[in-house]
Design a protein around this ligand. Structure first.
Ligand code: AMP
Ligand code: GLY
Length: 428
C-alpha cells in the first residue's frame, strides 16, 4: 500500500524531510509559508499555521493521510501530535506531554534529576526574577540563564561567554519571563545526536555540530543555527573514543524514563573534560541538523515511520559514509532585525553538486520572499568534511542580494580550532 504522509512545517528541515519521503509515498504538506522546495515534491500543500490544530487535522482528513511527520516544536507544543493521533493519523512526533522535554526547560532539568539521567548540570529554577538575580550574585562560577519556554534558540544568555553578570541581571529584569532556569555554565565543544524513537526503541544517527552564532568566528547573537557539519563516521573530529557512546546512553536513559515517546529525540550536548553533558533536548529534528542527517540516511525514512506506527521494531539504520556540510543563507539583519518581505533571487543553477533546501521563504506569483527567519541552505557531501565544505561553499553563489552567510562553517581552520580547544581542555 502506498502511504499518504502529511508533513507539518515549511522550513529547511521540512524540505529535507520531504526530499527523503517524496519518492516513497504520496506527500502532502502544510505550513504558514509556501516553501518552493516542498511544493515541488508534494502532491498538495496548504497554507495553515503550524499551531492551528483543528485545521491541520481537517487537512489530514481531507487528504486521507495515513501518517504524519511533525517538523517544528511549536506544533508539538500546541498538541498537533495528540490531535492527529486521536483522529487516527499516527503522528511521528511526541504528544504534548512528552514534548515538554523540549518546551519546558525547567521540567526538562527536573526530569533529568528525578530519573537519574546522566549529564545534568547543577541548576535552579526561578519565578521571581529578583531571586534569580540574587542567585547570580551568590553563585561561585558562571551561569547560563535560560527562559523556561520556547525562544527559537535565541533566549539563552551565558555569563562569561556572551554577557557579564550585570548584563544577565538586566536581561532578567527587562525580558519579563515567567520562569527561568539558571544552571552551571558548561565549557567544551557542542554536538548533537538525533535518534528515531518509538515503543522504547532508539536508533541513532551521526553526530552533528551546529553553529549558533550569527557571524563568522562564532561572534554575534545566537540564531536558530547558521550551518552544521557531520563526518563520514558517527562522531566528530574533536570527539574521543567513548564520547559518542556516552551521548547515546543519555538518550537511551531519557527514552527509558519516557516509554511513550515517539518521533525524533534530539540531544544537544556539551563535550566537557568530564564527557558529554546535556545542554538541552529537542523533541524533533534539528534545523539545520536534519539537512546533514537525512541526505546520508540510506534506510528509507518511510520504513521508520511505518514500523513506528505499526508497533514493529524500528529498522536498523544504514548511512552513506559521507561527510556533510550545511550552510544557511539568511536575510540581512537576522536574527535581531531581519529584513522580511524582501524579494530574493536564488540561482539554482549555481548550486552545482550541492543539495539546495528552501527554508522560511514564501513563494508568491512573482517570486520568492524572505520572512523573519532563515531563507535557504546548501549541503555538500564528500569523503571528508573539507571536501563537503568546498562543495557547500561553492553553492553559496546561489545567494543573491539581501542574504548573508557564514563561509567559515566546516572550514579546515575552524575544525582545527575545535580540536585544539578540546585538547587544551583535556590537558589543562
Ligand atoms: P538552548 O536553547 O538550551 O539550546 O541554548 C542555546 C545555546 O546556549 C546552546 O547551544 C549553548 O551554546 C548555550 N548554552 C545553553 N546552556 C548552556 C550551559 N549550561 N552552558 C554553556 N552554554 C549553554
Ligand atoms: N539547530 C538547533 C535546533 O534545531 O534547535
Amino acid at each position: 500500500m502506498t502511504e499518504t504522509v502529511l508533513l507539518v512545517g515549511g522550513g529547511g528541515r521540512e524540505h529535507a524531510i520531504a526530499r527523503s519521503l517524496a519518492g516513497d509515498c504520496d506527500l502532502y504538506a502544510c505550513a504558514s509559508n509556501r516553501n518552493p522546495g516542498i511544493r515541488r515534491l508534494a502532491e498538495g500543500t496548504a497554507v495553515i499555521d503550524e499551531t492551528a490544530v483543528e485545521e491541520i487535522v481537517d487537512y489530514a482528513t481531507e487528504v486521507e493521510a495515513t501518517l504524519a511527520v511533525i517538523g517544528p516544536e511549536s506544533a508539538l507544543e500546541a498538541g498537533v501530535a495528540d490531535a492527529l493521533d486521536d483522529a487516527g493519523v499516527y503522528a511521528f512526533g511526541p504528544r504534548e506531554a512528552e514534548a515538554r522535554i523540549e518546551t519546558d526547560k525547567a521540567y526538562q532539568r527536573r526530569f533529568m534529576r528525578d530519573n537519574d539521567v546522566p549529564g545534568c548540570p547543577a541548576f535552579e529554577t526561578f519565578e521571581d526574577m529578583e531571586a534569580a538575580c540574587d542567585y547570580i550574585d551568590s553563585f561561585d562560577g558562571d551561569l547560563a540563564v535560560k527562559p523556561a519556554g520556547l525562544t527559537g534558540g535565541k533566549g539563552v544568555r551565558v555569563i562569561g561567554d556572551q554577557v557579564t553578570p550585570e548584563e544577565a541581571k538586566a536581561y532578567l529584569r527587562d525580558a519579563d519571563y515567567d520562569r527561568v532556569v539558571l544552571e552551571e555554565r558548561l565549557v567544551g565543544e557542542e554536538f548533537t545526536v538525533q535518534a528515531f524513537v518509538a515503543d522504547g526503541d532508539v536508533r541513532v544517527t551521526p553526530a552533528v555540530q551546529d553553529h549558533k552564532r550569527a557571524y563568522e568566528g562564532d561572534e554575534g547573537p545566537n540564531t536558530g543555527g547558521m550551518g552544521s557539519y557531520s563526518d563520514a563516521s558517527l562522531d566528530l573530529p574533536f570527539m574521543a573514543e567513548g564520547d559518542y557512546a556516552a551521548a547515546v546512553e543519555i538518550i537511551q536513559a531519557v527514552v527509558d524514563a519516557l516509554p511513550e515517546y515517539k518521533g525524533v529525540l534530539y540531544g544537544q550536548f556539551m563535550l566537557t573534560v568530564d564527557g558529554p553533558k546535556v545542554v538541552e533536548f529537542n523533541a524533533r529534528f534539528g534545523d539545520p541538523e536534519a539537512m546533514n542527517t537525512l541526505p546520508v540516511l540510506r534506510t528509507p525514512f518511510i520504513d521508520v515511520l511505518t514500523a513506528a506506527r505499526d508497533g514493529e521494531s524500528l529498522p536498523d539504520l544504514n548511512f552513506e559514509k559521507q561527510a556533510t556540510v550545511c550552510k544557511y543563507a539568511v536575510p540581512e539583519g537576522y536574527p535581531t532585525d531581519p529584513v522580511a518581505g524582501a524579494r530574493i533571487e536564488v540561482d539554482e543553477e549555481s548550486v552545482g553538486n550541492a543539495l539546495l533546501f528552501y527554508a522560511s521563504v514564501d513563494e508568491r506569483d512573482d517570486g520568492i520572499y524572505t520572512t523573519t527567519s532563515r531563507s535557504f541552505a546548501v549541503v555538500g557531501l564528500g569523503n571528508t568534511i573539507t571536501k563537503a565544505e568546498g562543495i557547500a561553499d561553492g553553492a553559496l553563489a546561489a545567494a543573491g542580494e539581501g542574504l548573508r552567510v557564514r563561509h567559515d562553517i566546516g572550514k579546515r581552520e575552524l575544525l582545527r580550532e575545535r580540536i585544539d580547544h578540546m585538547n587544551e581542555l583535556r590537558t589543562s
